[in-house]
Design a protein around this ligand. Structure first.
Ligand SMILES: [Zn+2]
Length: 313
């Protein structure tokens, strides 16, 4: 079963999609000129939606070895510490910056030791604080090459969420990543896996961490949930969307790992596996079955989407 937070997230956008379509038919002609000029001057960042689960603070903890959870209740952010500095994957919303900083310091690490910034997808709920964190740490931001355009426009060129305008602060990319590229830093080796569909440059990270017992193969997966309420054939801004989802669903089936994590805590059922204050227990996140179930659920959603008739005329 998909997690209810994820379903809620998709529903909110679908609802909005219909509202905007309705509005555009009725009032766009009348206010067209004023709207265009207003948008040209107002490049303000506006996050379209937040939920209580996204903004609620959450106690940081060690997942395994040098890998830590430092996100909010649902927006998963991961810190990998090394002797040369830290890697941060995902930042949550713009307002999450202070929560992440607090979480990192609570764990006993220095926020300004972050040297590399990564994201699983260029949506404002994972990239919202990236610009601010990059600015205050001077860390290098690396992103899937297919995400570069949306990162530069602060989300306004996104095929689905672009309708909301600028939803996160645009930022400079220091390194473009390609499928299977390795990020080597401080003794860590993270392989980026291009998993497009949710966004054009959605990606996952595969790497190994160790403790004094053993090593763990970790997959931080960007689960290929569907964002748009449109039929695939109607998405002219992303003609390859259907083949990209098919590619990703297939590619994700053959990844082998010990620990499964994802962009939203709800997607990997964090809250059923870990409670604040629980002792260190990496095996709580061994969940091949949960991963397989979620992928087969997403496969079904993809197949249903394929059946959706284009709006046409
Ligand atoms: Zn997203």
């Amino acid at each position: 079963m998909p997690d209810h937070y994820v379903s809620q997230y998709i529903c909110l956008f679908n609802l909005d999609g219909y509202m905007i379509t309705y509005a555009s038919r009725t009032v766009l002609l009348i206010i067209g000129f004023s709207l265009t000029s207003a948008m040209a001057t107002a490049q303000k960042v506006k996050e379209p939606k937040t939920t209580a689960e996204w903004v609620t603070a959450y106690q940081p903890f060690c997942i395994a070895g040098n890998l830590y959870y430092v996100g909010t209740y649902d927006l998963a952010c991961f810190l990998i510490t090394t002797p040369q500095g830290h890697i941060l994957i995902n930042t949550g919303l713009a307002a999450s910056a202070s929560q992440i900083r607090h979480n990192i310091e609570t764990l006993g690490f220095k926020f300004t030791d972050i040297k590399i910034l990564l994201t699983t997808q260029a949506h404002y709920d994972h990239l919202g604080a990236m610009h601010a964190i990059k600015k205050s740490t001077g860390a290098k931001f690396m992103v899937d090459e297919k995400e570069a355009d949306v990162v530069a426009t602060g989300g306004s060129s996104d095929y689905a969420l672009g309708k909301y305008g600028t939803s996160f602060e645009p930022l400079k990319v220091d390194r473009l990543l390609h499928d299977n590229d390795t990020i080597k830093f401080g003794g860590m080796q993270l392989v980026m896996l291009h998993h497009p569909g949710h966004t054009k440059g959605s990606c996952s990270f595969l790497f190994t961490v160790k403790d004094d017992q053993r090593s763990y193969r970790v997959l931080i997966a960007n689960m290929p949930t569907i964002v748009t309420d449109k039929a695939f054939a109607d998405i002219s801004a992303y003609p390859a969307i259907a083949t990209d989802y098919a590619y990703t669903l297939n590619a994700m089936k053959s990844i082998s790992f010990d620990i499964w994590l994802a962009s939203h805590a709800g997607q990997f059922n964090l809250h059923s596996k870990h409670k604040p204050g629980d002792p260190y227990n990496p095996t709580a996140f061994f969940d091949q079955q949960g991963y397989d179930n979620e992928l087969s659920d997403l496969q079904k959603q993809y197949e249903e989407k394929q059946q959706q008739k284009p709006a046409g005329n």
